[in-house]
Design a protein around this ligand. Structure first.
Ligand code: G6P
Length: 368
């Protein structure tokens, strides 16, 4: 109904714009800002100090949140991560070490394959943790440790605020794990908490770019294919950006590791191929910059999502540049999710699709 959507045309738009608020709630649940410390009472059930490996399984957008988190857990906490889509993981017959943690990420907490993966790890004697948006869900009930996202009900089929809230919990959990594993001192934890707490503000800044992104989306809505490229944590974002676009605009889109461009997708590049490159000026920027040159040299139409420094360095190569604020690397994936959401939302509105109820898709996939 109109009332529930407030002044927004679609639930998806409302949910995109709710993100600073619900991220604030979610971080508020896990961060003690006065003490500049973490509040991981529930997660004390996970023995990160002695963990040698953690399994993560999920589906769809929640899986991409897990892929981002792999970089955080491995880099910040030094914890090796085995991650797979739940529909593969559950049948893979992966050998499990009893006592080790397994983490399941799910907005609904009801996804059949994710639940089956959880039960597989349970049967293998693992410690089960879940990040869910629905606290009363089956996945929550069957977990030893439940870490809620406080995104509130998500109505739009394409996940937006649940995704960034999953990233929020995963980032805070990775810092907690890093501290438990002796990888971060008390001082460093305080520093990280300060950085995490800034994420809602950067998301609000990114939302202010909407008018410009809408203009870019008008062109994109005429494309029949699109390629999303990124490296590091921007690779899962590229995958998520492509998923968002195909889900609601029905434009065929692929997310690819920028470094894999030469191994196939470069053959697709011509004037008709929009290439969305997610490239903040981070540790892998120079590598992405050379991939941008490769695309530009073949006439590809580049939509660059970067910050001021990145725009200065490669902005001449792109047809369109979306200039984000300079975001600390740890929380960049949370902020950079926003332009990707807005791009697909507006492309779908221009295309005239049913944004909140895209054809053939369900909000929660409870059948196999
Ligand atoms: C469906 C939804 C997606 C969601 C996925 C996993 O495909 O349309 O938005 O990411 O299921 O759902 P879950 O509830 O487990 O996060």
């Amino acid at each position: 109904s109109m009332a529930e959507k407030g002044n927004y045309r679609h639930f998806m738009a409302k949910e995109i714009h709710e993100q600073p608020e619900v991220l604030g709630h979610t971080f508020g649940h896990y961060l003690d800002l006065a003490q500049e410390s973490l509040r991981f009472g529930a997660a004390e059930g996970i023995d990160f100090a002695n963990a040698t490996r953690m399994t993560i399984a999920a589906c769809g957008t929640a899986y991409y949140a897990g892929l981002v988190a792999r970089y955080w857990f491995e880099r910040v906490a030094g914890l090796p991560i085995d991650i797979d889509v739940a529909s593969e993981f559950r049948y893979r017959e992966a050998p499990l070490t009893p006592g080790q943690p397994a983490l399941f990420v799910s907005q609904s907490g009801e996804t059949a394959d994710t639940l089956a993966s959880l039960r597989y790890c349970r049967a293998g004697g693992q410690k089960i943790a879940s990040i869910v948006n629905v606290a009363s869900s089956t996945i929550a009930r069957e977990s030893d440790v439940v870490l809620p996202t406080l995104a509130g009900p998500e109505i739009g089929v394409a996940s937006t605020k649940a995704f960034t809230c999953q990233l929020a919990v995963l980032a805070a959990l990775a810092v907690h794990a890093a501290h438990a594993r002796g990888r971060l001192s008390e001082d460093e934890v305080r520093e990280h908490v300060g950085i995490l707490a800034e994420a809602p503000g950067y998301v609000a800044d990114a939302l202010r770019l909407e008018a410009g992104i809408e203009r870019v989306a008008r062109d994109l809505s005429h494309a029949s294919n699109a390629l999303y490229l990124g490296r590091g944590t921007n690779l899962p974002l590229a995958l998520e950006g492509a998923l968002k676009l195909k889900e609601i605009s029905y434009i065929h889109a692929e997310g690819y590791a920028a470094g894999e461009l030469k191994h196939g997708p470069i053959a697709l590049i011509d004037e008709d191929m929009p290439v969305i490159v997610i490239a903040p000026h981070d540790a892998v920027f120079e590598k992405v910059a050379s991939n941008i040159q490769e695309v530009a040299a073949r006439g590809g139409r580049i939509i660059l999502i970067t910050d001021e420094r990145g725009a200065e360095e490669v902005g001449t190569q792109s047809a369109e540049t979306i200039v984000m604020p300079t975001v600390p690397p740890m929380i960049a994936p949370i902020a950079y999710a926003v332009p990707l959401q807005l791009l697909s939302y507006h492309a779908a509105v221009f295309a005239g699709t049913d944004v909140d109820q895209p054809r053939n898709l369900a909000k929660s996939v409870t059948v196999e």
